[in-house]
Design a binder for this molecule. Structure first.
Ligand code: ZN
Length: 143
């Protein structure tokens, strides 16, 4: 398999809600991270490269990823059962309500699916997604 990897970053706020085994500072406060994404993609099917000799044009991939960044950069991700949901929706422009707790592990699972949906017309798929919440704390999804 031949793959390519790209890096991008998003500033995202989140709060973990209704969890017992997480540090209280992160559980009780909305707080943000400068999330660092390392995304690796490969072509679907048997051909490793397209007719131009690429997995996909980096520029094309970056264009598609702008949709993802538009949705999540400078946003708040909060769980649907969190009581802060309504005040945030009323007072913030970018609020993403999700079913699970928005941990880095949840993000790699969820974001892998969202990115796969965005790139499906490019005949490529995610083979690995790494999300660093802080330096050295990284969640990884791997095909
Ligand atoms: Zn956090």
């Amino acid at each position: 398999m031949i793959s390519i990897k790209t890096h991008f970053e998003c500033e995202i706020a989140h709060r973990l809600y209704d969890v017992d085994t997480y540090s209280s500072e992160c559980r009780e406060n909305i707080h943000g991270h400068s999330y660092k994404f390392d995304l690796e993609v490969a072509r679907k099917g048997r051909r490793h490269l397209n007719s131009s000799g690429m997995v996909v044009d980096f520029k094309l991939l970056k264009e598609v990823l702008k949709q993802f960044e538009k949705k999540y950069d400078h946003s708040v991700i909060i769980r649907e059962c969190d009581p802060l949901q309504q005040p945030l929706i009323l007072n913030c422009k970018k609020v993403n309500i999700v079913e699970g707790n928005p941990t880095a592990e949840w993000m790699v699972e969820e974001f892998k699916d969202e990115i796969n949906d965005l790139i499906k017309d490019l005949d490529i798929e995610v083979v690995e997604l790494q999300i660093a919440e802080t330096t050295g704390n990284i969640a990884i999804w791997r095909k």
